[in-house]
Design a protein around this ligand. Sequence first.
Ligand code: 0WK
Ligand code: BGC
Ligand code: BGC
Length: 924
Amino acid sequence: MDSVEPSGLQPGEGAPGCPQKGLLQPSDSSELVQECLQRFKVTRTQLQHIQASLLDSMEQALTGKASSAPGVQMLPTYVDSTPHGNEQGNFVVLELGASGASLRVLWVTLTGIKGQRVEPKSQEFVIPQEVVLGTGQQLFDFAARCLFEFLDAHSVRNQGLQLGFSFSFPCHQTGLDRSTLISWTKGFRCSGVEGQDVVQLLRDAIQRQGAYNIDVVAVVNDTVGTMMSCEPGVRPCEVGLIVDTGTNACYMEEARHVAVLDEDRGRTCVSVEWGSFSDDGALGPVLTTFDHALDHASLNPGAQRFEKMIGGLYLGELVRLVLAHLAEHRVLFGGYTSSALLSQGSILLEHVAEMEDPSTGAARVHAILQDLGLSPEASDAELVQRVCAAVCSRAAQLCAAALAAILSRLQRSREQQILQVAVATGGRVLEQHPRFYSILQETVKLLASECDVSFIPSVDGGGRGVAMVTAVAARLAAHRRLLEETLAPFRLSREQLAAVQTQMREAMAKGLRREASSLRMLPTYVRATPDGSERGDFLALDLGGTNFRVLLVRVAEGGVRIVNQVYAIPECVAQGSGQQLFDHIVDCIMDFQEKQGLRGQSLPLGFTFSFPCKQLGLDQGILLNWTKGFNASGCEGQDVVYLLREAIKRKQAVELNVVAIVNDTVGTMMSCGYEDPRCEMGLIVGTGTNACYMEELQNVAGVAGDSGHMCINMEWGAFGDDGSLGMLSTCFDVRVDQVSINPGKQRFEKMISGMYLGEIVRHILLHLTSLGVLFQGQQTQRLQTRDIFKTKFLSEIESDSLALRQVRAILEDLGLPLTSDDALIVLEVCQAVSRRAAQLCGAGVAAVVEKIRENRGLEELTVSVGVDGTLYKVHPHFASLVAATVRELAPRCMVTFLQSEDGSGKGAALVTAVACRLAQMAHV
Ligand code: 0WK
Ligand code: BGC
Ligand code: BGC
């Protein structure tokens, strides 16, 4: 292939010492011809250089890092798999831009049965030049009219038509049906389209024309359509190559290598857009003056330089420029040039292909040149064919170098020594030009010898491939609709949240008046928050959350010091007998005392008991009902302080003096109140959920006194147990409630707290799997297992720092066979469930702070809320969503949320300390 270096004669310049001006001497003319044709010779080294430089440009673009030299674009197409062969349905396909100023409409039927093909119906429409260069609206209205003309002509019934839009220009895609045009190529230059979403422009045009209701579900680059139209055969077709008016290729890249996609598994199709490749270093040496002249006169000078050396829109023009050059230098047509020969675009691709045809070429040359107003000699005709061959061979070789770059990329990203791959090809240059294809294949073999490549000409120009992608997009769109329908009830409006706030206020008022209400509004006998004068050592118990803790709390001048130990409450104890449970509690206390060297010391004990208790005093609390998976027998209706004391007696742990029993919300409020005296509300969002706040004593029926305050344990977990939340309850909430150990109870809690969110998500995932939206409809044993989807997974999956791949890792550990789309859907389900929980919780807090503000007749209230609970603390967005909802629903309250550091054990100790201080004052 190596050829001699060119001699460098300039246009119109004769060889030095040439005797007479005008006709060149035979030796000179052949030299000029030789020199001219030589310019189109590309050496193997140059091709390898182009291959290497294009590969660099591809890998640079994949990293998303901008590069100085205009290079290839590597645009994601959101096509993540080659055809499965089971795609089925009838689809309309609109092809725009694949082959010059024409568009094609097809009706494609996919049978879903491998090898069973239905011939697509199609119709081509020529796009008038004034439309190609007009406004975007003109172009898309023209496309819509052609569409309707085709549908009328083929009497397609107007229902649920799904359309795949093959749009063969460089686009930034952000989804299968969202694509923004980067820049026009190939002679198109409609205004008002670059930077716009071309799917929306087509939808608007279809709307404007109005005759048919067509859903545009996918936009596809023509290279992708060509690749996807390949029948799944022995070798996967993983490259799509187009050489028509323009040229481009796509291929299946490892998703993890496409930086913009944040994906790590599977493959995704990337449109290379190699037409814009123009690395001076690599292309400079092969670009000729004819290329520069062509580019200069083109609609987009400086752009698509590589395409202008290969694409069918330009091959004829290059030939024309060379012929005009040779004619002007009197080595062709006797130096005669016609206006047609000098007119841009007068020689078309078809002309070049015909003139090169080995059998009919010579005759065609004469006919074509005569049409151009020329009367060629035989030698002229032979030289014209040599020019065509030079221009087209170079084009085929350059195309091969680019394709070889893709093959090297595939080899590299697949870490394969020998790459076996099939390349689907399409486009009139490949289909019509007699030698382009063979030169391409030979040169690829030369440049990518370690690749075993088979070329598969596309049979219908990619129409079927576009329909395949449309089928996938239609399936995904249907899944999206089903997902939206499933999650819609979880998307609460401001009105719905305000209604929850109002209902909670009404239930609070009724509960305080001891009328029937789902909010028991239990007096806690805590009348004051700490004032900082508390002192002493206290034992504290913290039962009811994720962990049971025994604490030693020292309240001193310098603050509070805590030593604590976590003990497990086995399910069999939590759901055994009350005696067992309280004996277990005392065992833990005695173990703690042992370890802390407290045996024999009688310390006042504060008991955080996080269940609904009707308190008759600070140290008397009748358990109303268990919640959160506890169900120890013989406790409900009992005074739990008494039960504890009985257990202490049984265990002869005489030194224990139970002074106070507090709810964890109260303990949390007190614990935070010790740091911030404005803290007048306690909130727990953990295994369960609940809130307490300082209410005006005068508003608390059944408790003596009408001045001062008392902390009220709202037990808001039970809000809605009277059915008042029915309008918000979804079938998934009902399912979770039905299988819980306390059906019909704690309905508000079951929509918010950690014990239940994972189960709600699991039921939604089961539902979506049954609809085929998830896991390809495969129900897995694992997902049918209760409590397998822990609420902590929501916090992990929704964390911003987690890429989709980690979401998938969590789910794979659950043994769920999932795709990246599945992981995205699971993420959305988690977000919808946790968002609703946080908003409902926010509506509850808004109700309480507004109550406090109105209690005090204040225009504005500044208040702090002490918060604890794993869900609130660990979930990445829960706290901010609660705060945002409170700001929305209680704008006249400045609410600060204080995360309790030491839990409510400290609070229980402080309540005990206050009780001890008040008791001492009473004895003074
Ligand atoms: C820590 C508190 C405890 C409360 C728990 C709630 O010290 O009283 O019950 O938070 O959160 P959970 O452990 O249920 O997530
Ligand atoms: C466009 C590509 C297209 C190619 C072949 C180029 O001009 O930029 O998107 O694939 O032509 O039609
Ligand atoms: C209990 C409350 C407790 C809350 C948070 C609920 O199930 O009924 O008493 O405050 O959980 O732990």
